[in-house]
Ligand binder design. Structure first.
Ligand SMILES: [Zn+2]
Length: 306
């Protein structure tokens, strides 16, 4: 098993899938649902022996995972941008190609789809199960590592229902604010959670808050990950925060408008019940003629299953 961790030193060029052609994305600010389960008592997934051998640890980390050096990561390939906090977009370097700050899309970012398709971030959670009961098509779930080890049964159920699982980091960090080592830690622990639960290496990666720039990409590409962004945001998380400027009816109205315009990728959340309430109705509006992110670009579901 340990050897499978080292398999990632391959040519990235072979894995590059080009994004579709469409107009620039709409607004791109999003927010995590609250991460409810912090503390070892919530970890339902046993810590695997291969991971102890590899990391020296015996339990899954909390919100700030430790950096474990990996021999296939070349630090010299990572551009030397200074970290910047979320929302402080004025200070980010112009050549950073930031998605959340500047709507900048890299050549290998996927942000739209030939068919208008839903995607779900922040699970797995108990609310995910309600989606699984309703879905009649395969869709894409970007899972948090910490939620994956807290709800491995829900992760597996989602996967076994035929849905595509992608990475959404370990604990929903705004990656451009972190050091290179901290970004690596967020990615590696997310992947290890998926290895241990789903026995696969993810191909698709969704940055929390749309926080991706060329420094983050230089790291995620070395893991073989490809960014899956979006061009339609439901802002369903505003319902959770009781933001008065977002109502369910507004979301449905926008979804109907997007449907009349053709394809695209829609950002939704399955980390809590309120966004899932909305998603159940969005499924009715859009119907089952949707694609997974991999299908959108005719790409692979996973780098590897084992
Ligand atoms: Zn998220």
């Amino acid at each position: 098993m340990k050897s499978s961790l080292i398999l990632l030193s391959f040519s990235l060029a072979a894995l590059t899938v080009s994004a579709g052609e469409a107009s620039d994305p709409d607004v791109i600010t999003s927010k995590a649902s609250d991460i409810e389960f912090v503390g070892e008592q919530y970890r339902q997934l046993p810590f695997p022996r291969w991971l102890t051998e590899f990391t020296g640890m015996t339990r899954w980390p909390d919100l700030d995972p430790p950096y474990i050096p990996l021999d296939f990561i070349d630090m010299d390939k990572i551009p030397d941008f200074k970290p910047y906090r979320q929302g402080l977009c004025g200070v980010n370097p112009r050549d950073a190609c930031s998605f959340d700050c500047d709507n900048c899309i890299a050549h290998d970012d996927v942000y739209t789809c030939p068919k208008l398709s839903q995607t779900f971030d922040d699970g797995p959670s108990p609310a995910t199960l309600r989606l699984l009961n309703k879905l009649k098509h395969n869709t894409t779930f970007f899972a948090l590592g910490i939620n994956t080890v807290n709800h491995p049964d829900i992760y597996r159920k989602t996967m076994e229902a035929g849905h595509l699982m992608g990475s959404h980091t370990w604990s929903h960090a705004y990656l451009p604010s972190l050091s290179n080592e901290q970004i690596i830690a967020q990615i590696q622990w997310s992947i290890w959670a998926m290895n241990a639960t789903g026995h696969h290496f993810p191909k698709w990666f969704r940055p929390p808050y749309g926080g991706i720039d060329n420094r983050v990409r230089a790291i995620t590409r070395q893991f073989g990950l490809q960014a899956a962004l979006w061009n339609h945001d439901t802002f369903d998380w505003k319902l959770v925060s009781n933001d008065p400027i977002r109502t369910e009816e507004q979301i449905y109205e926008e979804v109907r408008k997007w449907k009349s315009q053709g394809g695209g990728l829609i950002l939704e959340h399955d980390g809590s019940h309120r966004p899932v309430d909305v998603a159940l109705n969005v499924i009715d509006i859009l119907g089952p003629d949707q694609m997974t992110v991999a299908q959108c670009v005719n790409g692979p579901d996973y780098i590897r299953n084992f």
